[in-house]
Design a protein around this ligand. Structure first.
Ligand code: NAD
Length: 509
Protein backbone atom coordinates (compact mmCIF):
# COMPACT_ATOMS: atom_id res chain seq x y z
CA UNK A 1 0.00 0.00 0.00
CA UNK A 2 1.27 3.43 -0.81
CA UNK A 3 -0.22 5.95 1.52
CA UNK A 4 2.66 8.37 2.03
CA UNK A 5 2.67 10.49 -1.09
CA UNK A 6 0.04 13.03 -0.16
CA UNK A 7 1.09 13.45 3.46
CA UNK A 8 4.79 13.92 2.48
CA UNK A 9 4.06 16.41 -0.26
CA UNK A 10 5.02 20.00 0.54
CA UNK A 11 2.12 22.24 1.55
CA UNK A 12 0.74 24.27 -1.31
CA UNK A 13 1.78 27.80 -0.30
CA UNK A 14 0.91 30.82 -2.44
CA UNK A 15 4.54 30.75 -3.67
CA UNK A 16 4.48 27.10 -4.67
CA UNK A 17 1.10 27.59 -6.33
CA UNK A 18 2.62 30.49 -8.24
CA UNK A 19 5.59 28.32 -9.19
CA UNK A 20 3.29 25.66 -10.63
CA UNK A 21 1.46 28.32 -12.57
CA UNK A 22 4.71 29.82 -13.92
CA UNK A 23 5.99 26.37 -14.91
CA UNK A 24 2.74 25.75 -16.69
CA UNK A 25 2.98 29.05 -18.55
CA UNK A 26 6.65 28.51 -19.36
CA UNK A 27 5.86 25.13 -20.86
CA UNK A 28 3.30 26.67 -23.20
CA UNK A 29 5.53 29.55 -24.39
CA UNK A 30 6.35 29.87 -28.04
CA UNK A 31 10.13 29.69 -28.22
CA UNK A 32 11.46 32.10 -30.89
CA UNK A 33 13.52 30.01 -33.28
CA UNK A 34 14.38 31.87 -36.47
CA UNK A 35 16.55 34.82 -37.43
CA UNK A 36 14.77 38.16 -37.83
CA UNK A 37 15.95 39.93 -40.99
CA UNK A 38 14.21 42.66 -42.96
CA UNK A 39 11.03 42.33 -40.95
CA UNK A 40 10.68 38.56 -41.49
CA UNK A 41 11.51 35.32 -39.71
CA UNK A 42 14.05 33.40 -41.76
CA UNK A 43 16.13 30.27 -41.42
CA UNK A 44 19.91 30.44 -41.36
CA UNK A 45 21.44 30.26 -44.84
CA UNK A 46 23.29 27.12 -43.77
CA UNK A 47 20.06 25.58 -42.43
CA UNK A 48 21.83 24.92 -39.12
CA UNK A 49 20.25 25.37 -35.71
CA UNK A 50 21.57 25.14 -32.16
CA UNK A 51 19.85 23.73 -29.09
CA UNK A 52 18.85 26.00 -26.23
CA UNK A 53 19.49 24.17 -22.99
CA UNK A 54 17.73 25.65 -19.98
CA UNK A 55 20.15 26.07 -17.06
CA UNK A 56 17.32 25.45 -14.61
CA UNK A 57 17.22 21.73 -15.43
CA UNK A 58 19.66 21.01 -18.27
CA UNK A 59 16.82 20.29 -20.67
CA UNK A 60 16.46 21.43 -24.26
CA UNK A 61 13.71 24.06 -24.55
CA UNK A 62 14.03 24.73 -28.27
CA UNK A 63 16.30 25.10 -31.28
CA UNK A 64 17.36 28.43 -32.70
CA UNK A 65 18.65 29.19 -36.20
CA UNK A 66 22.44 29.53 -36.14
CA UNK A 67 23.39 32.65 -38.05
CA UNK A 68 26.86 32.94 -39.56
CA UNK A 69 28.72 35.27 -41.93
CA UNK A 70 26.22 34.73 -44.76
CA UNK A 71 23.31 35.75 -42.52
CA UNK A 72 25.21 38.74 -41.14
CA UNK A 73 25.68 39.80 -44.78
CA UNK A 74 21.93 39.55 -45.40
CA UNK A 75 21.12 41.45 -42.22
CA UNK A 76 23.66 44.21 -42.89
CA UNK A 77 22.35 44.57 -46.46
CA UNK A 78 18.79 44.92 -45.11
CA UNK A 79 19.93 47.46 -42.52
CA UNK A 80 21.83 49.41 -45.19
CA UNK A 81 18.83 49.49 -47.53
CA UNK A 82 16.58 50.65 -44.70
CA UNK A 83 19.05 53.33 -43.65
CA UNK A 84 19.62 54.68 -47.16
CA UNK A 85 15.90 54.73 -47.94
CA UNK A 86 15.42 57.28 -45.16
CA UNK A 87 12.31 55.42 -43.97
CA UNK A 88 13.65 55.68 -40.42
CA UNK A 89 16.75 57.86 -40.49
CA UNK A 90 14.90 60.75 -42.14
CA UNK A 91 11.64 60.37 -40.23
CA UNK A 92 10.59 63.29 -38.09
CA UNK A 93 12.08 62.61 -34.64
CA UNK A 94 8.55 62.88 -33.24
CA UNK A 95 7.52 59.85 -35.35
CA UNK A 96 10.53 57.84 -34.15
CA UNK A 97 9.54 58.77 -30.62
CA UNK A 98 6.04 57.41 -31.12
CA UNK A 99 7.29 54.05 -32.43
CA UNK A 100 9.71 53.61 -29.52
CA UNK A 101 7.03 54.55 -27.04
CA UNK A 102 4.66 52.01 -28.59
CA UNK A 103 7.42 49.43 -28.28
CA UNK A 104 7.85 50.32 -24.58
CA UNK A 105 4.12 49.74 -24.04
CA UNK A 106 4.26 46.40 -25.89
CA UNK A 107 7.20 45.28 -23.74
CA UNK A 108 5.12 46.18 -20.67
CA UNK A 109 2.16 44.24 -21.98
CA UNK A 110 4.38 41.23 -22.65
CA UNK A 111 6.34 41.55 -19.40
CA UNK A 112 5.44 38.12 -18.07
CA UNK A 113 6.20 36.35 -21.34
CA UNK A 114 9.54 38.14 -21.74
CA UNK A 115 10.50 37.51 -18.11
CA UNK A 116 9.65 33.82 -18.47
CA UNK A 117 11.72 33.56 -21.64
CA UNK A 118 14.64 35.27 -19.91
CA UNK A 119 14.32 33.07 -16.86
CA UNK A 120 14.24 29.71 -18.67
CA UNK A 121 16.87 30.81 -21.19
CA UNK A 122 19.59 32.06 -18.83
CA UNK A 123 18.54 30.94 -15.35
CA UNK A 124 17.77 34.17 -13.48
CA UNK A 125 14.85 34.26 -11.04
CA UNK A 126 11.62 35.17 -12.83
CA UNK A 127 10.87 37.72 -10.11
CA UNK A 128 14.18 39.51 -10.78
CA UNK A 129 13.59 39.44 -14.52
CA UNK A 130 10.27 41.25 -13.97
CA UNK A 131 11.58 43.66 -11.33
CA UNK A 132 14.82 44.60 -13.09
CA UNK A 133 15.33 43.37 -16.66
CA UNK A 134 11.90 44.13 -18.07
CA UNK A 135 11.35 47.29 -16.01
CA UNK A 136 14.70 48.78 -17.07
CA UNK A 137 14.13 47.77 -20.70
CA UNK A 138 10.92 49.79 -20.65
CA UNK A 139 12.72 52.70 -18.99
CA UNK A 140 15.42 52.69 -21.67
CA UNK A 141 12.90 52.72 -24.51
CA UNK A 142 10.89 55.53 -22.90
CA UNK A 143 13.95 57.59 -21.95
CA UNK A 144 15.48 57.67 -25.45
CA UNK A 145 12.10 58.04 -27.11
CA UNK A 146 11.46 61.13 -25.01
CA UNK A 147 14.96 62.50 -25.53
CA UNK A 148 15.05 62.31 -29.29
CA UNK A 149 12.80 65.23 -30.15
CA UNK A 150 14.27 67.48 -27.46
CA UNK A 151 17.83 67.48 -28.68
CA UNK A 152 19.02 70.59 -30.52
CA UNK A 153 22.08 71.09 -32.72
CA UNK A 154 24.53 74.01 -32.61
CA UNK A 155 25.41 77.15 -34.48
CA UNK A 156 29.09 77.98 -33.97
CA UNK A 157 30.17 81.56 -33.06
CA UNK A 158 32.00 82.27 -36.35
CA UNK A 159 32.58 85.44 -38.42
CA UNK A 160 29.59 87.70 -39.21
CA UNK A 161 29.45 86.68 -42.88
CA UNK A 162 29.58 82.95 -42.23
CA UNK A 163 27.15 80.46 -40.75
CA UNK A 164 28.63 77.25 -39.35
CA UNK A 165 26.13 74.58 -38.40
CA UNK A 166 27.27 71.75 -36.16
CA UNK A 167 24.74 68.97 -36.54
CA UNK A 168 24.51 65.42 -35.26
CA UNK A 169 23.73 62.74 -37.81
CA UNK A 170 22.99 59.07 -37.24
CA UNK A 171 26.12 57.05 -37.85
CA UNK A 172 24.45 54.52 -40.18
CA UNK A 173 24.35 50.74 -39.69
CA UNK A 174 25.22 49.85 -36.10
CA UNK A 175 26.31 46.35 -35.07
CA UNK A 176 25.44 45.50 -31.47
CA UNK A 177 26.90 42.44 -29.73
CA UNK A 178 25.62 41.71 -26.24
CA UNK A 179 26.25 39.23 -23.40
CA UNK A 180 23.97 36.72 -21.73
CA UNK A 181 23.68 38.10 -18.20
CA UNK A 182 20.93 40.69 -18.80
CA UNK A 183 20.05 39.73 -22.38
CA UNK A 184 17.07 41.99 -23.07
CA UNK A 185 18.21 44.87 -20.88
CA UNK A 186 21.71 45.01 -22.43
CA UNK A 187 20.11 44.92 -25.87
CA UNK A 188 17.74 47.74 -24.89
CA UNK A 189 20.60 49.90 -23.55
CA UNK A 190 21.97 49.80 -27.10
CA UNK A 191 18.91 49.49 -29.32
CA UNK A 192 16.96 52.36 -27.69
CA UNK A 193 19.52 55.17 -28.15
CA UNK A 194 20.83 53.87 -31.48
CA UNK A 195 17.36 53.68 -33.03
CA UNK A 196 16.16 56.89 -31.40
CA UNK A 197 18.74 58.95 -33.30
CA UNK A 198 17.90 57.27 -36.62
CA UNK A 199 20.34 54.40 -37.11
CA UNK A 200 19.50 50.94 -38.36
CA UNK A 201 20.90 47.90 -36.59
CA UNK A 202 22.06 44.32 -36.61
CA UNK A 203 21.89 42.86 -33.10
CA UNK A 204 23.73 39.66 -32.24
CA UNK A 205 22.57 38.28 -28.91
CA UNK A 206 24.71 35.84 -26.95
CA UNK A 207 24.32 32.21 -28.01
CA UNK A 208 23.39 31.35 -24.40
CA UNK A 209 20.35 33.68 -24.38
CA UNK A 210 18.99 34.68 -27.80
CA UNK A 211 15.25 34.39 -27.12
CA UNK A 212 14.18 37.80 -25.83
CA UNK A 213 16.15 39.72 -28.48
CA UNK A 214 14.23 37.84 -31.17
CA UNK A 215 10.95 38.62 -29.44
CA UNK A 216 11.94 42.29 -29.09
CA UNK A 217 12.42 42.55 -32.86
CA UNK A 218 8.96 41.08 -33.47
CA UNK A 219 7.40 43.51 -31.01
CA UNK A 220 9.27 46.40 -32.66
CA UNK A 221 7.68 45.52 -35.99
CA UNK A 222 4.28 45.41 -34.27
CA UNK A 223 5.05 48.87 -32.86
CA UNK A 224 5.58 50.20 -36.37
CA UNK A 225 9.34 49.98 -36.84
CA UNK A 226 9.96 49.74 -40.60
CA UNK A 227 11.38 46.49 -42.00
CA UNK A 228 15.16 46.22 -41.97
CA UNK A 229 15.65 48.79 -39.20
CA UNK A 230 16.26 46.22 -36.44
CA UNK A 231 17.63 42.83 -37.50
CA UNK A 232 18.50 40.10 -35.00
CA UNK A 233 20.95 37.34 -35.87
CA UNK A 234 21.64 34.78 -33.13
CA UNK A 235 24.79 32.77 -33.64
CA UNK A 236 28.19 32.07 -32.17
CA UNK A 237 30.86 34.64 -31.40
CA UNK A 238 33.68 33.42 -33.63
CA UNK A 239 31.33 33.17 -36.64
CA UNK A 240 28.39 35.61 -36.50
CA UNK A 241 30.04 37.96 -33.96
CA UNK A 242 33.29 38.15 -35.86
CA UNK A 243 31.51 38.65 -39.20
CA UNK A 244 29.70 41.67 -37.75
CA UNK A 245 32.89 43.08 -36.24
CA UNK A 246 34.78 42.75 -39.53
CA UNK A 247 31.95 43.82 -41.84
CA UNK A 248 32.96 46.58 -44.26
CA UNK A 249 29.44 48.00 -44.37
CA UNK A 250 28.88 48.27 -40.62
CA UNK A 251 29.52 51.85 -39.52
CA UNK A 252 29.96 51.32 -35.77
CA UNK A 253 30.02 48.50 -33.26
CA UNK A 254 28.73 48.66 -29.72
CA UNK A 255 29.84 45.74 -27.58
CA UNK A 256 29.20 44.53 -24.04
CA UNK A 257 31.01 41.44 -22.83
CA UNK A 258 34.36 40.14 -21.71
CA UNK A 259 37.67 41.95 -22.08
CA UNK A 260 39.18 39.24 -24.25
CA UNK A 261 36.38 39.51 -26.82
CA UNK A 262 36.35 43.32 -26.52
CA UNK A 263 40.00 43.31 -27.61
CA UNK A 264 39.06 41.25 -30.64
CA UNK A 265 36.49 43.84 -31.70
CA UNK A 266 39.19 46.50 -31.71
CA UNK A 267 41.30 44.22 -33.92
CA UNK A 268 38.35 43.50 -36.22
CA UNK A 269 37.79 47.24 -36.64
CA UNK A 270 41.47 47.94 -37.23
CA UNK A 271 41.67 45.18 -39.83
CA UNK A 272 38.48 46.20 -41.66
CA UNK A 273 37.01 49.70 -42.08
CA UNK A 274 38.19 51.43 -38.87
CA UNK A 275 34.65 51.54 -37.56
CA UNK A 276 34.35 53.14 -34.13
CA UNK A 277 33.97 50.52 -31.42
CA UNK A 278 32.53 51.12 -28.00
CA UNK A 279 33.34 48.61 -25.26
CA UNK A 280 31.63 47.92 -21.93
CA UNK A 281 33.59 45.11 -20.28
CA UNK A 282 34.03 43.27 -17.01
CA UNK A 283 34.69 44.29 -13.44
CA UNK A 284 36.08 43.33 -10.05
CA UNK A 285 34.30 45.99 -8.07
CA UNK A 286 35.29 46.60 -4.43
CA UNK A 287 33.35 47.70 -1.36
CA UNK A 288 35.66 49.76 0.83
CA UNK A 289 34.28 49.64 4.36
CA UNK A 290 35.89 52.22 6.66
CA UNK A 291 35.88 51.91 10.46
CA UNK A 292 33.18 54.61 10.72
CA UNK A 293 30.83 52.87 8.26
CA UNK A 294 27.17 53.41 9.13
CA UNK A 295 24.98 50.52 10.33
CA UNK A 296 26.93 47.31 9.68
CA UNK A 297 23.72 45.29 9.33
CA UNK A 298 22.76 47.47 6.39
CA UNK A 299 26.28 47.34 4.92
CA UNK A 300 26.29 43.54 5.18
CA UNK A 301 22.90 43.29 3.45
CA UNK A 302 24.11 45.53 0.62
CA UNK A 303 27.38 43.63 0.27
CA UNK A 304 25.43 40.35 0.03
CA UNK A 305 22.91 41.58 -2.52
CA UNK A 306 25.72 43.36 -4.42
CA UNK A 307 27.44 40.04 -5.10
CA UNK A 308 24.62 37.49 -5.04
CA UNK A 309 22.02 39.33 -7.16
CA UNK A 310 21.74 37.68 -10.60
CA UNK A 311 23.93 34.83 -9.20
CA UNK A 312 26.90 37.19 -9.29
CA UNK A 313 26.63 37.29 -13.08
CA UNK A 314 26.71 41.09 -13.15
CA UNK A 315 29.50 43.22 -14.55
CA UNK A 316 29.10 45.55 -11.56
CA UNK A 317 28.93 42.74 -8.96
CA UNK A 318 30.63 43.87 -5.76
CA UNK A 319 32.94 40.88 -5.80
CA UNK A 320 35.55 42.20 -3.34
CA UNK A 321 34.92 43.26 0.24
CA UNK A 322 37.79 45.43 1.51
CA UNK A 323 37.18 45.89 5.22
CA UNK A 324 39.09 47.76 7.91
CA UNK A 325 40.71 45.38 10.38
CA UNK A 326 38.93 46.96 13.37
CA UNK A 327 35.46 45.95 12.11
CA UNK A 328 36.41 42.92 10.03
CA UNK A 329 35.02 40.31 12.39
CA UNK A 330 31.70 42.08 13.03
CA UNK A 331 31.05 42.78 9.36
CA UNK A 332 32.14 39.44 7.91
CA UNK A 333 30.01 37.59 10.44
CA UNK A 334 26.99 39.58 9.23
CA UNK A 335 27.81 39.04 5.54
CA UNK A 336 28.11 35.28 6.11
CA UNK A 337 24.76 35.33 7.92
CA UNK A 338 23.19 37.29 5.05
CA UNK A 339 24.58 34.76 2.55
CA UNK A 340 22.81 31.99 4.46
CA UNK A 341 19.50 33.79 4.02
CA UNK A 342 19.79 33.58 0.25
CA UNK A 343 17.67 30.85 -1.32
CA UNK A 344 19.19 28.97 -4.25
CA UNK A 345 16.51 27.33 -6.34
CA UNK A 346 14.47 27.00 -9.48
CA UNK A 347 14.30 30.39 -11.23
CA UNK A 348 10.55 29.91 -11.62
CA UNK A 349 10.06 29.53 -7.87
CA UNK A 350 9.22 32.96 -6.40
CA UNK A 351 11.09 32.00 -3.21
CA UNK A 352 14.43 31.67 -5.05
CA UNK A 353 16.79 34.61 -4.68
CA UNK A 354 19.51 32.91 -6.71
CA UNK A 355 18.68 30.89 -9.80
CA UNK A 356 20.98 28.79 -11.98
CA UNK A 357 24.30 29.76 -13.57
CA UNK A 358 23.95 30.23 -17.30
CA UNK A 359 25.51 26.98 -18.57
CA UNK A 360 27.51 23.92 -17.58
CA UNK A 361 30.80 25.36 -18.89
CA UNK A 362 30.32 28.46 -16.76
CA UNK A 363 29.36 26.36 -13.72
CA UNK A 364 32.68 24.49 -14.05
CA UNK A 365 34.53 27.78 -14.44
CA UNK A 366 33.02 29.21 -11.23
CA UNK A 367 33.66 25.99 -9.28
CA UNK A 368 37.21 26.06 -10.68
CA UNK A 369 37.76 29.53 -9.21
CA UNK A 370 36.58 28.31 -5.79
CA UNK A 371 38.72 25.17 -5.91
CA UNK A 372 41.69 27.22 -7.14
CA UNK A 373 41.25 29.71 -4.30
CA UNK A 374 41.18 26.91 -1.73
CA UNK A 375 44.30 25.40 -3.31
CA UNK A 376 46.03 28.80 -3.04
CA UNK A 377 45.18 28.91 0.68
CA UNK A 378 41.89 30.84 0.80
CA UNK A 379 39.48 30.05 3.64
CA UNK A 380 35.88 29.29 2.70
CA UNK A 381 33.66 31.14 5.18
CA UNK A 382 30.35 30.23 3.50
CA UNK A 383 29.10 28.12 0.61
CA UNK A 384 31.55 26.89 -1.99
CA UNK A 385 29.62 23.93 -3.36
CA UNK A 386 27.44 22.99 -6.29
CA UNK A 387 23.89 22.23 -5.12
CA UNK A 388 20.62 20.85 -6.52
CA UNK A 389 22.45 18.48 -8.89
CA UNK A 390 19.38 16.25 -8.95
CA UNK A 391 17.52 18.93 -10.94
CA UNK A 392 20.00 18.65 -13.82
CA UNK A 393 20.52 22.45 -13.48
CA UNK A 394 23.63 24.49 -12.68
CA UNK A 395 23.37 25.84 -9.14
CA UNK A 396 26.09 27.11 -6.80
CA UNK A 397 25.82 28.21 -3.18
CA UNK A 398 26.49 31.85 -2.28
CA UNK A 399 30.16 31.74 -1.39
CA UNK A 400 32.36 33.90 0.85
CA UNK A 401 36.12 33.43 0.74
CA UNK A 402 38.83 35.00 2.87
CA UNK A 403 41.68 35.67 0.47
CA UNK A 404 45.03 37.39 -0.08
CA UNK A 405 45.42 40.11 -2.75
CA UNK A 406 47.81 37.96 -4.79
CA UNK A 407 45.31 35.10 -5.23
CA UNK A 408 43.69 34.62 -8.64
CA UNK A 409 40.17 34.84 -7.22
CA UNK A 410 40.98 38.25 -5.73
CA UNK A 411 42.08 39.66 -9.10
CA UNK A 412 40.06 38.01 -11.88
CA UNK A 413 36.37 38.32 -12.67
CA UNK A 414 34.59 35.14 -11.47
CA UNK A 415 31.14 36.17 -12.72
CA UNK A 416 29.48 33.97 -10.11
CA UNK A 417 28.20 34.22 -6.52
CA UNK A 418 31.66 34.41 -5.00
CA UNK A 419 32.78 37.19 -2.63
CA UNK A 420 36.48 37.71 -1.82
CA UNK A 421 37.18 39.29 1.58
CA UNK A 422 40.37 41.30 2.10
CA UNK A 423 41.48 43.30 5.14
CA UNK A 424 43.23 46.70 5.25
CA UNK A 425 44.71 48.92 7.96
CA UNK A 426 45.02 52.36 6.34
CA UNK A 427 43.03 54.35 3.77
CA UNK A 428 46.09 54.29 1.48
CA UNK A 429 46.13 50.52 1.61
CA UNK A 430 42.38 50.43 0.86
CA UNK A 431 42.82 52.63 -2.24
CA UNK A 432 45.79 50.56 -3.43
CA UNK A 433 43.75 47.36 -3.06
CA UNK A 434 40.70 48.92 -4.75
CA UNK A 435 42.80 50.05 -7.71
CA UNK A 436 44.92 46.90 -7.74
CA UNK A 437 43.20 45.01 -10.55
CA UNK A 438 43.02 45.61 -14.29
CA UNK A 439 39.35 46.62 -13.92
CA UNK A 440 37.67 49.94 -13.07
CA UNK A 441 33.95 49.53 -13.53
CA UNK A 442 32.49 50.42 -10.13
CA UNK A 443 33.25 50.70 -6.41
CA UNK A 444 31.55 51.57 -3.14
CA UNK A 445 32.80 53.49 -0.12
CA UNK A 446 31.12 53.08 3.26
CA UNK A 447 31.87 55.88 5.73
CA UNK A 448 30.10 58.58 7.71
CA UNK A 449 32.89 61.10 7.15
CA UNK A 450 32.16 63.49 4.29
CA UNK A 451 35.78 64.19 3.56
CA UNK A 452 36.70 60.49 3.51
CA UNK A 453 33.77 59.80 1.17
CA UNK A 454 34.83 62.44 -1.35
CA UNK A 455 38.54 61.71 -1.11
CA UNK A 456 38.01 58.00 -1.64
CA UNK A 457 35.56 58.62 -4.49
CA UNK A 458 38.21 60.74 -6.21
CA UNK A 459 41.06 58.31 -5.68
CA UNK A 460 39.29 55.15 -6.80
CA UNK A 461 39.64 54.70 -10.55
CA UNK A 462 36.18 53.53 -11.54
CA UNK A 463 33.35 54.72 -13.78
CA UNK A 464 30.85 54.65 -10.91
CA UNK A 465 31.49 55.16 -7.18
CA UNK A 466 28.65 54.59 -4.75
CA UNK A 467 28.86 56.14 -1.29
CA UNK A 468 26.85 54.37 1.43
CA UNK A 469 24.81 52.50 -1.18
CA UNK A 470 25.38 49.92 -3.89
CA UNK A 471 24.08 49.37 -7.40
CA UNK A 472 21.91 52.50 -7.37
CA UNK A 473 21.00 53.06 -10.95
CA UNK A 474 18.91 55.34 -13.12
CA UNK A 475 18.52 55.76 -16.87
CA UNK A 476 19.61 59.39 -16.43
CA UNK A 477 23.18 58.52 -15.36
CA UNK A 478 25.94 57.09 -17.55
CA UNK A 479 27.34 53.64 -16.86
CA UNK A 480 30.71 52.39 -18.04
CA UNK A 481 34.26 51.67 -17.05
CA UNK A 482 37.75 52.98 -16.52
CA UNK A 483 40.86 50.98 -17.37
CA UNK A 484 40.20 47.53 -18.86
CA UNK A 485 36.52 47.72 -17.96
CA UNK A 486 36.15 49.54 -21.27
CA UNK A 487 35.56 53.08 -22.40
CA UNK A 488 32.00 53.24 -23.68
CA UNK A 489 29.10 54.66 -21.74
CA UNK A 490 25.60 53.19 -21.85
CA UNK A 491 22.51 54.98 -20.48
CA UNK A 492 21.90 58.73 -20.09
CA UNK A 493 22.02 61.32 -22.88
CA UNK A 494 25.76 60.65 -23.19
CA UNK A 495 25.06 57.23 -24.74
CA UNK A 496 23.58 58.98 -27.77
CA UNK A 497 26.99 60.38 -28.64
CA UNK A 498 28.37 57.06 -29.80
CA UNK A 499 25.47 56.54 -32.18
CA UNK A 500 25.86 59.90 -33.91
CA UNK A 501 28.59 61.77 -35.73
CA UNK A 502 29.19 65.49 -35.93
CA UNK A 503 28.85 67.30 -39.23
CA UNK A 504 30.01 70.87 -39.78
CA UNK A 505 28.32 72.80 -42.58
CA UNK A 506 29.88 76.17 -43.56
CA UNK A 507 27.68 78.67 -45.34
CA UNK A 508 28.98 81.93 -46.83
CA UNK A 509 26.35 84.57 -46.30
P1 NAD B 1 31.62 37.27 -24.01
O1 NAD B 1 32.64 38.31 -24.28
O2 NAD B 1 32.05 35.86 -23.99
O3 NAD B 1 30.44 37.34 -25.10
C1 NAD B 1 29.78 38.55 -25.37
C2 NAD B 1 29.29 38.51 -26.80
O4 NAD B 1 30.42 38.43 -27.68
C3 NAD B 1 28.39 37.32 -27.13
O5 NAD B 1 27.34 37.75 -27.98
C4 NAD B 1 29.32 36.40 -27.86
O6 NAD B 1 28.69 35.54 -28.80
C5 NAD B 1 30.24 37.36 -28.59
N1 NAD B 1 31.55 36.79 -28.91
C6 NAD B 1 32.22 35.81 -28.23
N2 NAD B 1 33.38 35.52 -28.86
C7 NAD B 1 33.45 36.32 -29.95
C8 NAD B 1 34.41 36.48 -30.99
N3 NAD B 1 35.52 35.76 -31.05
N4 NAD B 1 34.15 37.41 -31.94
C9 NAD B 1 33.02 38.15 -31.91
N5 NAD B 1 32.08 38.02 -30.97
C10 NAD B 1 32.28 37.13 -30.00
O7 NAD B 1 30.91 37.72 -22.67
P2 NAD B 1 29.76 36.97 -21.89
O8 NAD B 1 30.37 35.78 -21.24
O9 NAD B 1 28.56 36.80 -22.75
O10 NAD B 1 29.36 38.08 -20.80
C11 NAD B 1 30.03 38.24 -19.63
C12 NAD B 1 30.97 39.43 -19.70
O11 NAD B 1 30.25 40.63 -20.04
C13 NAD B 1 31.58 39.71 -18.33
O12 NAD B 1 32.94 40.01 -18.49
C14 NAD B 1 30.80 40.94 -17.86
O13 NAD B 1 31.46 41.68 -16.89
C15 NAD B 1 30.60 41.68 -19.13
N6 NAD B 1 29.51 42.66 -18.99
C16 NAD B 1 29.81 44.00 -18.97
C17 NAD B 1 28.80 44.95 -18.81
C18 NAD B 1 29.09 46.45 -18.79
O14 NAD B 1 28.16 47.24 -18.95
N7 NAD B 1 30.34 46.87 -18.59
C19 NAD B 1 27.47 44.53 -18.69
C20 NAD B 1 27.20 43.16 -18.72
C21 NAD B 1 28.23 42.24 -18.88
Amino acid sequence: MTTTTTTDAPALTPESARRDELEQRASSLTIPSRLFIDGAHVDATSGRTFARVSPRNGQVIGHVAEGDAADIDRAVAAARRAFDSGVWSQQHPRERRKVLQRLARLVEEHAEELALLESIDMGKPFTDAVAVDIRVTVQALDFYAEAVDKHYDEVAPTAYDRLALVTREPIGVVGAVVPWNYPLMMAAWKVAPALAVGNTMVLKPAEQSPLTALRLAELATEAGLPDGVLNVVPGFGPTAGQALGRHMDVDAVTFTGSGSVGRRFMTYAAESNIKPVSLELGGKSPHIVMPDAPDLDHVAAQVASGIFFNMGESCSAGSRLLVHRSIRHELVERVVAASRHEVVGDPLDPRSTLGALVEDVHLERVLGFIAGAEAEGATTLAGGRQVLRETGGYYVEPTVLEVEPSMTVAREEVFGPVLSVLTFDTPEEAVALANGTEFGLAAAVWTTDLSTAHTMARRVRAGTVWVNCYDDSDMTVPFGGYKQSGFGRDKSLHAMEKYTQLKTTWIKL
